[in-house]
Ligand binder design. Sequence first.
Ligand SMILES: Nc1nc2c(ncn2[C@@H]2O[C@H](COP(=O)(O)OP(=O)(O)OP(=O)(O)O)[C@@H](O)[C@H]2O)c(=O)[nH]1
Ligand SMILES: [Mg+2]
Length: 270
Amino acid sequence: MAMDVGQGCGMALRGQALSGEVVELPEPWRSAVVTVVLPTYNEAANLPVIVAELLSLPLTGLRVLVADDNSPDGTGTVADELAEKYGADKITVVHRPGKQGLGRAYVDGMTRAVAAGADFVVQMDSDLSHSPEYLPQMLGTLLATQADVVIGSRYVCGASLASEWAWHRKALSGFANLYVRALLRLGVRDVTAGFKMWRASALDTIDVASVRSNGYSFQVEMNYRSVQHGLKIVELPIHFADRREGESKMSLKVQLESAMMPFSLRRRAR
Ligand SMILES: Nc1nc2c(ncn2[C@@H]2O[C@H](COP(=O)(O)OP(=O)(O)OP(=O)(O)O)[C@@H](O)[C@H]2O)c(=O)[nH]1
Ligand SMILES: [Mg+2]
């Protein structure tokens, strides 16, 4: 059953990420083996920034895996340069042949991260909508609550959405959530969230390698499988920022696939 850490909070949880403070976390928090999977398609300007922020967190066991779909803007080369700069033990780059969608890049990246020995796997956008500052908090929540997955949630008490987001973008996101929640009743408030920290064991349990959906429905199917397997899901409030640089890849195809996915998940379950 999903649990919302921020529910009924009444207190302002926003802004409680580390905000640049240097803190030393206790073990086993500090050196947990965490791999952050970053799917990239035309994120050449954002990637160096997010990587620098991730690698300056007080998590000494943090690694980054970039899954690039041969971005025309040269993100793949930028990623290789970052791997050279920070070291191959910190950054792995997976060069994929062409644009196959977010879900495919995640399945590839997450499967490799688990195979390489990560204990915890993070999925997050590479456009800085998801702030790296939340990761210590997400890991602490996983450890403290013994959850299987923590969702960086836009729709629990204490969370907020980018004020730059146009009203139709907010409406679409809100509607998509209501619609999927009504159809699947997963008990998750932000059912399309793309910011999550998983225990590697949870990814094995849900057999992430066999997930076929792409786009937003990838996020929904991952939640659906987690609930089916009785995994413990915790939602933690975040501030969701607008992408820092570059353009959105959200297409009509992605939106249609996402609209149909809850029906096919329900059909398969019968
Ligand atoms: N490897 C790979 N990454 C992708 C693909 N499509 C999107 N991404 C990445 O997935 C993340 C989310 O995509 P976005 O374009 O930010 O989609 P969004 O967050 O819905 O839209 P905006 O934030 O409004 O731009 C970003 O890091 C993208 O670079 C893809 O086909 N392949
Ligand atoms: Mg984005």
